[in-house]
Design a protein around this ligand. Sequence first.
Ligand code: IMP
Ligand code: MG
Length: 174
Amino acid sequence: MPDSQLRVLLGEELIQRRIREMGSQIAADYPDGRLRLICILKGACFFLADLARAIPRDVGLDFMGIASYGKNQNSSGQVRVTKDLDASIEGADVLIVEDIVDSGVTLQYLTNMLEQRHPRSLRIAALLDKPERRLRKVDVAYVGFEIPDEFVVGYGLDFDERYRNLRDICVLSA
Ligand code: IMP
Ligand code: MG
């Protein structure tokens, strides 16, 4: 997918190496029981697939759809559930798997909503974190990479539904 507006920020090998480290750490932090991974669609789908396989234990998978960005690069500030979980999370050890924490609006909304379903524990794993952009405080237990305030695409992340299938994470400049 050649495009002159793309610059590689995090290459495929670096991403995969970091995800293997995250998987080992997560496995060590949950020594017993079954862990439920909740993938936030669509951006986290590749991260979920690689992270789940990097955790050498029994994990359950579920998926949640959240509407966030539209055609521009700014969050609308409005969060809407477009697809709910298939199963109850009551009493479960739950790990939210998200592509990126930007303003924090999405994850704050999501954690408040999921806490009301009484999981045994609830943590967040995000591949990317843009701390400069934070408007809401969110506690992210596992962060893959902190990145500067630039709009990125690839490895699940899109701009107007494009670039999700790039293997690298790239900066998209206008
Ligand atoms: P927040 O609610 O502002 O934290 O936004 C979180 C969501 O915005 C993420 O799940 C992404 O879907 C999207 N997002 C934030 N920054 C970027 C980016 O740099 N590239 C692509 N999507 C982004
Ligand atoms: Mg997303």
